[in-house]
Design a protein around this ligand. Structure first.
Ligand SMILES: Nc1ncnc2c1ncn2[C@@H]1O[C@H](COP(=O)(O)OP(=O)(O)O)[C@@H](O)[C@H]1O
Ligand SMILES: [Mg+2]
Length: 254
């Protein structure tokens, strides 16, 4: 059984069909990059995977179960920008993720729990290269550092799936290279299943284990909303990475 199964998924808004008949099976630990023209429904697909929206038709299964109706800790997400809280320090931005699920019942973390949360957040921030910036505020960080923070914020909840929507699109090319390195290191270490949307085709080809191309196959000029995008190409990439992953999955399933 696949870790994630997308079975005949359609998404429409009013009379506009955005996605039509998507079928996809992804194993745990795969790193899928998603490309396609602007407006073809890539972000919509990520929202469906996140559980922020429910498909008009079809279903998405995670480990054989239909997705919860709301996002939960099993899936983390990083957007192109603005996903960090400007009024919180770097450290508190990450600690907050551990506090929020409890805050409705228990209020803020206190005492040892608080100390543990801060320690976990600090370790993760070291890992993403923000060990020197715990007390800074987002406005004091460069774009690349803000995205490192956004990644730490997503990872602190130990998700099984990481969704990235053009996370490096606003960064300079040099910094983007460093971020690729970081992401690959984190992926190798955590064995997360990753879905990453990018408008940079070379990023799409170089980064993942699998490239998914979204495209509208059918177009009716008289009814622009009549048809949606499908996954038109599903291309295996980077055989070294895939083989390493397959070997590891084989070893753990024995
Ligand atoms: N909540 C929504 N309500 C109505 N239309 C939407 C909504 N979300 C997305 N769309 C439309 O769906 C299409 C796909 O959008 P999107 O998924 O953002 O594309 P992409 O990420 O590939 O650029 C666009 O035409 C957009 O206007
Ligand atoms: Mg988008």
């Amino acid at each position: 059984m696949s870790f994630i199964s997308v079975n005949n998924v359609w998404q429409r808004y009013g009379d506009q069909v955005v996605l039509e008949g998507l079928n996809l099976h992804v194993n745990e630990g795969e790193f899928c990059t998603l490309v396609g023209t602007s407006g073809c429904g890539k972000s919509t697909f990520l929202r469906l995977l996140l559980g922020q929206e429910t498909a008009s038709k079809g279903q998405i299964l995670l480990d054989g179960n239909t997705l919860a109706a709301e996002p939960d800790a099993s899936r983390g997400v990083v957007f192109q920008r603005y996903s960090v809280f400007p009024h919180l320090s770097v450290l508190d931005n990450v600690v907050l993720g551990l506090e929020l699920p409890r805050s409705r019942v228990l209020g803020r973390l206190l005492g040892k729990a608080k100390k543990d949360a801060r320690e976990q957040a600090a370790i993760l921030l070291q890992k993403v290269g923000l060990g020197h910036a715990f007390d800074k505020y987002p406005a004091q960080l460069s774009g690349g550092m803000q995205q490192r923070l956004a990644i730490a914020q997503a990872l602190i909840m130990k998700p099984r799936v990481l969704l990235l929507d053009e996370p490096f699109g606003a960064l300079d090319p040099g910094i983007r290279k460093d971020m690729h390195q970081l992401l690959l290191e984190l992926w190798r270490e955590t064995r997360l299943t990753v879905f990453m949307v990018t408008h940079d085709l070379s990023e799409g080809f170089s980064l993942g284990t699998r490239l998914l191309v979204f495209d509208k196959v059918r177009v009716d000029p008289h009814a622009p909303g009549a048809y949606g995008a499908r996954i038109t190409y599903d291309i295996p990439l980077n055989s070294d990475r895939r083989n390493a992953l397959a070997a590891e999955l084989g070893a753990t399933s024995k």
